[in-house]
Design a protein around this ligand. Sequence first.
Ligand SMILES: Cc1cc2nc3c(=O)[nH]c(=O)nc-3n(C[C@H](O)[C@H](O)[C@H](O)COP(=O)(O)OP(=O)(O)OC[C@H]3O[C@@H](n4cnc5c(N)ncnc54)[C@H](O)[C@@H]3O)c2cc1C
Length: 303
Amino acid sequence: MRDFDLVIIGAGPAGLTSALYGSRAGLSVAVLEHQMPGGQANLTFDIDNLPSNDAISGFALSKKMRERAESFGAKIIEDKAISIDAGSLIVSGESGTYQAKAIILATGAEHRKLGMPSEERFAGRGISYCAACDGAFFKGKKVLVIGGGNSAFGAAVYLSKISNDVAIVSRRDRFRADRCLVKSAKDAGVKLVPDLVPFEFRGGKSLASAVFKDRLTGETKELPAEGVFIYVGISPNVELAKAAGIELDDSGYIRVDCDQATSKEGIFAAGDVCGGIKQIVAAWGTGATAAIRAFEFITSGRH
Ligand SMILES: Cc1cc2nc3c(=O)[nH]c(=O)nc-3n(C[C@H](O)[C@H](O)[C@H](O)COP(=O)(O)OP(=O)(O)OC[C@H]3O[C@@H](n4cnc5c(N)ncnc54)[C@H](O)[C@@H]3O)c2cc1C
């Protein structure tokens, strides 16, 4: 068993910010990560909505965030957390066991995919899962949003300010989004296309079109598109939290208060796993708050 003041699960933007704040405050900090430090930030080529940087590649940003945390002494450990004992604050990983005085869950979220091979081929080459992140790359281009819920409509309204050729394509006959959002989209000139099931993406180096099957007639329809934004849901990584008895909110995210504290004493959560705005600056903010509150928890002797 290894002992640390603070054990952070997940080395995405939230976890690495918590690590920086925790270690800079003098805590011994371990960050468990089972994939690549940087989390979802690694998935984007250019991040140009950070107030502190010119556009930076996700990979370069991830490296910087990792180096900053390590420079204050945080240990990034390649391990997958598999369970948490919320009473004794022990985290069990695949390769080790970690005793903590406080824990931060920063396990992030994953955008649901359609699951087609051509989707993977064009990811980052016309296919995106984040309009706020990548919309600016499609100025004046033909754009499709796939999905029918609130986030799809929110994305379409956002994109309509960048391109005047935006359509929402849904596999259903009705759109599930709130009426006010549907109205905003219509007012913004977004076309609503029901009953089309995504089938394939086509293009050369970058995306040129999306092919759908008409749900009613079975006919194939090819729609030209230089950009496709896929909004078919997002899944927070909450399995660990759930198994530890930590409360989730009605949408399935970890429920936290304004101090990023979860329902279990000494366990905090930060970033996309808590819901809300899913952006790097938001993950940085909640990651910092969680670490500061964890520090106070540890030094107050409440652990
Ligand atoms: C394609 C794409 C482009 C984006 N572009 C932008 C952009 O331009 N600007 C912007 O602000 N935001 C962008 N975002 C959103 C941004 O990346 C996320 O909001 C941010 O990464 C969330 O940070 P996080 O630390 O909460 O979670 P994540 O980044 O999801 O990191 C969570 C980490 O936890 C690890 N983990 C999970 N479970 C375990 C476990 N059991 N044990 C160990 N490790 C675990 C994961 O491997 C992952 O590394 C983009 C997202 C995507 C998908």
